[in-house]
Design a protein around this ligand. Structure first.
Ligand code: S3P
Length: 479
């Protein structure tokens, strides 16, 4: 089947506005309205659980907070730029607050501002130029792998030592992938056993490298390119599979020259960055939860204004269209090199898909929610080449399989993926977020079509990327 592309190879291709006869609206056996409740729960470490009741459909408009990947990069680059940067729609994620906390400990002042709608969604960051202040405290990255990995690239080029730590989940995550290139560039890095956090980075003069990472990772690419700003000569990162390019785009927005040929990105050291004003596009990975919720119910209709349409992220839309969701994109614009558009989505039949190879890398953050709704599809879902999912905020392959099984689903767990047959009927159950934001949100969506109520323990994890998620889902769930 020919997969329609909205955006391909950095060019806006002809948009297809898809029309389809409204399909017969199928009411689910349970017609109980959706209720989300945050309940105190002493048995989970973060003391929160949410109860999700089935829905009939989803409808409405959701304003998705700013993209997390872009917000991290903007905050870090603004810190080492000259002048004051301002960002509208900066991500509300706890992860991005960790980045802001770290840059503040490195001598960079920032504050929240009222945005265009009078909310606290904007920030101002006073750049201090390339040389930050030596921190007097440990830099706590919380749950955020992006903060630790990308900030390390900047810290490697600073004339001081700094220590980065994280929460329990981050302390289990692999850091050798950034330690290896930064060591080759001349930084000395101490880590816990197995190359895990905490990290102590002894920064200093760096030399450029041509780095070919084994793992396709945008965080690693950004880390090395950020370090490349401080290195003598030209640093090249040549990826096995092309990953999201927000690092390159943000560096260019701040005035640096970054070239890309094929899968190789290059930067010459010593370039100075200038402050910018930017509007952060809505996070497509957060939008994915609402798109998958719409896919669950024929007749659903949602509008998501101002969403990131970067081609390295928008593969999700192709796959959703292939699976049967009717999607159109309007009001395409470019903000600081990033494409933005308004997504309209309508639920119809929900077909299956196989996600493998480069698609797996492109959809890595969306696989949990695609998996949570897969049992209700006609053809199910097969995910291959996804062993990276085992080292995310949780082991997402195991977490998805465990929760689906609790809901009565048949699921095959593989070392590097999952196979979930379609056409299944699931029941509500008591599920765990595994302290992972994407697992908490994915199963709140999947629970909308289950028979009976579902409890998600540790639901507060959602705040790591999307603090208002459950309230927003409630506003669109059909009663
Ligand atoms: C991200 C890259 C991906 C993604 C993460 C955000 C980024 O991680 O899973 O949520 O902002 O660059 P990897 O770089 O580990 O693939």
């Amino acid at each position: 089947m020919q997969i329609p592309h909205f955006v391909r190879d950095d060019k806006i291709c002809k948009l297809r506005v898809m029309q389809q006869e409204r399909s017969q609206r199928r009411l689910l056996s349970s017609e109980i309205s959706v209720i989300f409740m945050f309940m105190p729960d002493d048995s989970t470490p973060d003391g929160s659980r949410v109860i999700v009741h089935p829905a009939r459909d989803v409808r409405g408009v959701v304003r998705i907070p700013g993209d997390k990947s872009i917000s991290h990069r903007y905050a870090m680059l603004a810190a080492i730029a000259e002048g004051t940067s301002r960002f509208q729609n900066f991500s509300a994620a706890r992860d991005c607050a960790s980045t802001l906390d770290c840059v503040a400990k490195l001598g960079c002042e920032w504050k929240r501002l009222k945005d265009e709608r009078g909310d606290d969604g904007a920030i101002e960051v006073c750049g201090v130029g390339p040389l930050l202040e030596a921190p007097t405290q440990v830099l706590d990255c919380g749950n955020s792998g992006s903060t630790m990995r990308m900030l390390s690239g900047i810290l490697a080029g600073q004339p001081f030592s700094s220590e980065l730590c994280g929460d329990e989940s981050l302390s289990r995550r692999p850091m050798a992938r950034i330690i290896t290139p930064l060591f080759e560039m001349g930084a000395r890095i101490e880590a816990a056993e197995g190359g895990r956090p905490p990290l102590i980075i002894h920064g200093g003069p760096l030399k450029s490298i041509h780095y070919k990472p084994e793992v396709a990772s945008a965080q690693v690419k950004s880390c090395v390119l950020f370090a490349g700003l401080f290195a003598e000569g030209e640093t090249v990162v040549e990826e096995p599979i092309r990953t999201r390019d927000h690092g390159e785009i943000a560096l260019r927005a701040f005035g640096a020259e970054v070239e890309r040929t094929g899968n190789a990105s290059r930067i010459v050291g010593g370039q100075r960055l200038r402050a910018i004003e930017a509007h952060v596009p809505g996070d497509l990975s957060s939008a994915a939860f609402f798109l998958c919720a719409a896919a669950l119910f024929p007749g659903s209709q949602i509008t998501l204004p101002g969403i990131l349409m970067n081609p390295t992220r928008a593969r999700l839309l192709d796959i959703l269209i292939q699976m049967g969701l009717k999607i159109s994109v309007a009001h395409l614009e470019e903000h600081q090199g990033e494409l933005v558009g308004t997504i309209e989505a309508r639920g119809t039949a929900w077909k299956g898909a196989v996600i493998a190879g480069a698609d797996t890398a492109a959809l890595i953050d969306e696989i949990p929610v695609l998996a949570a709704v897969a049992p209700y599809s006609d053809g199910g879902l097969e995910v291959r080449d996804a062993k990276e999912l085992r080292v995310k905020e949780s082991d997402r392959i195991a977490a998805v399989a465990a929760n689906l099984r609790k809901m009565g689903a048949e699921v095959e767990e593989r070392p590097d993926g999952l196979r979930i047959p379609g056409g299944q009927h699931l029941h509500g159950a008591e599920l765990d977020s595994f302290a992972d934001h994407r697992i908490a949100m994915a199963f709140a969506v999947g629970a909308l079509r289950a028979e009976g109520e579902t409890t998600i323990r540790g639901a507060d994890a959602a705040g790591v990327s999307y603090p208002a998620f459950f309230e927003e889902l409630e506003t669109i769930a059909g009663r």
